[in-house]
Design a protein around this ligand. Structure first.
Ligand SMILES: [Zn+2]
Ligand SMILES: [Zn+2]
Ligand SMILES: [Zn+2]
Length: 842
């Protein structure tokens, strides 16, 4: 069995490395573990001259260098010189059926002499001197005809058939069928080169390709890229052996593939909108970007979809196996963070080659235990994951490269410890994995049906989301509003959305702002993000904070000089102002109404304009802003900025937590900040509004719907907190609120029944509560105890600290307290202070 890479280029081709010489190619192929290499560029006279001088024929049609370029300095496991077969690529650019066609073709020949003769013929058509991969105005049909005329044993393979710009099926200038391209000569085509942008499963979906052999080559432009894709052959090392394998599949054992997702045009999307879409998703959006409204850029996968007559996931019968690999240097980077260009990275790579074998051996065969012993847990685990296909793929789109990840950042540090632990116990990781997979076997099986990719996608999400949460975290729209009732995983969803933007959609953290209502919530959000992204998280440059803290930062960024008025100072100013104006009123209540007016809400008591203005004047004189001023000043700055001089990029992706609690000023701020931005995402529960919006709770959700007509709304309905009994009692009640229908489903199992007791007055309600507590506790005195708790086990009785009473108003509380005192029940009242004035709420 040997590995062959047949499509490469010499240093005579454009945009290739100077290092593409026969000697260097020989050495690099040996290090990779490739035994047979195409020479590339046979049409180029100078390259052919080099070949004639340096190569000798070893077997029929197979060449080696006359002199071994390693000069004896071979790696310990080296199996000897690389074999070459004559190959080249031609770019045909021509017009057919009124359309310009651009197609690349790979040609393999049985000898240098055949290369000479074919080149002489092609010279009459175009210039072969300027580029190792010449451009000819010759149709594919005519090129094939000439080639077979000159050399009946030539192999002609359409190259990288899905590449958008230069290929047989290319979206821009290709064909829909082989026949359309080659006409009557179509039967002479026997194989297709799938190219970096597709893998066999993508090709299996087109039934008309069933009759072709699928081969894969690196199309390397530098020796280090050799073998990015390659073929496994089990034939004799001769041109005839190779011919039978490529043309008839005899001895073609399989291919080594790149992950097609890595290519720049795998999926559809918009680079600017950070939007990558699968073909199905694109169809869902009718080809129009849901963010900016323009036409989406179509990728390779979509082109396959257009020509496919089979479903995604179709497995061709008797298909050849293939392995998806990434270069060892990339694994070193992904596992232990050493870059391939760094000294340490190079040293690590060299050492692995020296001790373990060729690169392909290391990637495919060397026992993991050997890798672990010599080079540590992370590298062996990285290679294990690659071999098992347990990688996370993010597809490239619209010119943006895709990526293959082996580890999540948070995983690496965790894994290192865990694997050390197993090794310390003498348990092999394999055994441990086995055990783990047995325990989760059932879950696994279920997931397997959904396809490997999906499973990996889910595995890579550290937090499991239910269907609706997942939709909320990933949906794309200009404006998204999420209704998240109590216990439905609101914060989890918000965190997942931000992670999705950062990791999947690659939105720069500098374009994201998350608004919370308390500093506490901001801190929590930051912690959860850090947890997932690893220590050196990408969130340091992301804005997370309350309206006040973000406005403060915003005003400072604009170069404004001011201080925030302290509470005592505000009270002092208020007292003075009230005295001057001659109004008898408590300063604190006056300030509350000032705040309400500034927030655009109804005032509690009438607020005399004179006093309001006077207070405001004093603040201005002292260059002071109160909390409301922070918001108002920011808003007016933004509103005055008609030319858009103020940068709003960091608000491009604006996420608002506890949206039900925003007031009108905050609502306007959100709109101004996000003006010209990409996405606005709000989440909250209209039924939990503690601040009024225009006096009616949760109305901001409706206002948003009016202002953004194409808004998408999702309601999270799975409640993880309460029992079905509680929900079924609460829902009818809460359904009296205005707005959409309330729906919630309990995830928890049945709980104790709920009892509804109706009483005539506060007083009788309170005394019922007191008596009920006495009953629960098993009686408060001897007499009671015999009566009420006698037949119950003492350890089953609740104690006072197990019982809580909730009440709505302070008046109700007072009555309750009286009743409890009367029964002699000890109690603690909590939250008596108006918590809205507390600092952490602000
Ligand atoms: Zn090409
Ligand atoms: Zn090429
Ligand atoms: Zn767009």
């Amino acid at each position: 069995m040997y590995i062959g890479d047949l499509h490469i280029h010499s240093h005579y081709s454009r945009a290739t490395s100077k290092d593409c010489t026969l000697e260097s190619l020989d050495i690099h192929a040996r290090r990779k573990g490739i035994q047979l290499l195409g020479t590339g560029d046979f049409t180029h006279p100078a390259w052919r001259k080099e070949m004639s001088e340096k190569l000798i024929c070893k077997e029929e049609g197979i060449y080696i260098l006359k002199e071994d370029p390693t000069k004896g300095k071979m790696l310990p496991w080296d199996q000897g010189q690389t074999h070459f077969v004559i190959s080249g690529e031609i770019s045909s650019i021509y017009k057919k059926d009124g359309k310009v066609r651009k197609v690349h073709s790979l040609i393999l020949l049985p000898s240098i002499e055949d290369g000479e003769v074919l080149s002489k013929k092609l010279e009459t058509v175009g210039n072969l001197n300027s580029d190792g991969r010449p451009i000819l105005g010759l149709s594919c049909h005519d090129l094939l005809e000439i080639t077979l005329d000159v050399c009946p044993k030539a192999i002609y393979v359409p190259a990288h058939i899905w590449t958008p710009h230069f290929s047989l099926f290319g979206a821009f200038s290709g064909f829909d069928t082989v026949e359309e391209c080659f006409g009557d000569l179509a039967p002479y085509i026997h194989a297709m080169e799938t190219g970096l942008s597709s893998d066999p499963p993508m090709n299996w979906r087109i039934s008309s390709l069933d009759r072709y052999q699928l081969i894969s080559n690196s199309d390397a432009h530098s020796p280090s890229k050799l073998g990015r894709e390659a073929n496994l052959f089990d034939t004799e090392m001769s041109y005839t052996g190779l011919y039978d394998a490529i043309q008839y599949g005899k001895g073609l054992e399989g291919t080594i593939e790149f992950f097609p997702e890595e290519g720049k045009y795998h999926y559809d999307g918009h680079r600017k909108c950070h939007l990558c879409l699968s073909p199905v998703q694109t169809q869902g959006y009718k080809g129009i970007c849901p963010v900016c409204g323009k036409k989406l850029t179509i990728g390779v996968s979509h082109r396959v979809e257009q020509l496919a007559d089979r479903e995604e996931g179709f497995v061709k019968e008797k298909s050849r196996p293939f392995e998806s690999l990434i270069p060892l240097q990339e694994i070193i980077t992904a596992s232990i963070g050493l870059s391939p260009s760094s000294k340490k990275g190079v040293a690590q790579y060299e050492e692995m080659l020296e001790k373990l074998g060729t690169e392909f051996d290391i990637l495919r065969k060397v026992p993991l235990e050997d890798i672990r012993k010599g080079f540590g847990n992370l590298l062996s685990e990285g290679i294990r994951r690659l071999r098992m296909g347990e990688v996370k793929r993010s597809a490239g789109f619209d010119g943006e490269y895709g990526s293959i990840e082996l580890f999540e950042p948070w995983e690496r540090s965790q894994l290192e410890g865990q694997l050390d632990f197993f090794a310390g116990l003498g348990i092999s990781i394999q055994e441990e994995k086995q055990k783990m997979s047995e325990t989760i076997g059932r879950e696994h099986k279920h997931k397997e049906e959904k396809g490997k990719n999906k499973e990996l996608e889910e595995r890579s999400m550290p937090i499991q989301l239910n269907e609706r949460q997942k939709e909320a975290a990933t949906i794309v729209s200009r404006t998204i509003s999420i209704i998240a009732g109590p216990g439905t995983g609101k914060t989890k969803t918000l965190v997942s959305r931000i992670l999705h933007l950062l990791k999947e959609r690659k939105v720069p953290s500098t374009e994201i702002t998350a608004l919370t209502f308390t500093n506490q919530a901001a801190k929590e959000l930051e912690e959860r993000l850090k947890n997932d992204l690893g220590k050196k998280g990408r969130i340091s440059r992301m804005q997370i904070g309350t309206f006040h803290s973000i406005c403060l930062q915003f005003l400072q960024d604009q170069g404004m000089e001011f201080s925030i008025v302290e509470e005592w100072e505000a009270l002092e100013i208020a007292e003075k102002v009230l005295e001057e104006v001659g109004i008898k009123r408590k300063a604190s209540s006056f300030l509350k109404d000032v705040s309400r007016r500034k927030a655009g809400e109804k005032e509690g008591k009438e607020l005399p304009e004179e006093a309001f203005q006077a207070y405001h004047r004093v603040l201005m004189e002292r260059k002071l802003l109160d909390f409301d001023d922070l918001l108002l000043t920011t808003l007016s700055l933004l509103q005055e900025d008609k030319q858009g001089k103020i940068k709003r990029k960091q608000f491009s992706y604006l996420l608002v937590d506890e949206f039900q609690d925003i007031n009108q000023v905050q609502y306007k701020l959100i709109k101004m900040w996000n003006q010209g931005g990409k996405e606005l995402f709000v989440i909250g529960d209209p039924d939990q509004a503690i601040y009024g919006f225009r006096g009616s709770h949760g109305a901001c959700f409706e206002k948003l719907q009016e202002d953004f007509t194409n808004l998408i709304r999702i309601s999270l309905v799975d409640n993880y907190r309460s029992t079905p009994q509680i929900l079924s009692a609460a829902l009818p009640l809460i359904s009296n609120n205005k707005g959409i229908e309330r729906r919630m489903e309990a995830v928890r199992k049945e709980g104790p029944l709920l009892r509804l007791v109706e009483t005539k007055s506060f007083q009788s309600e309170a005394s019922f509560v007191a008596r009920e507590i006495s009953r629960l506790i098993g009686g408060l005195d001897m007499l009671d105890a015999q009566d009420k708790g006698g037949e119950r086990e003492a350890s089953l009785l609740p104690s006072f600290s197990d019982i809580g009473i909730l009440y709505r108003t302070h008046r109700q509380g007072d009555v309750l307290e009286k009743a409890l005192k009367k029964e002699g029940i000890p109690y603690i009242v909590t939250g008596r202070d108006d918590f809205l004035t507390e600092k952490n709420v602000r």
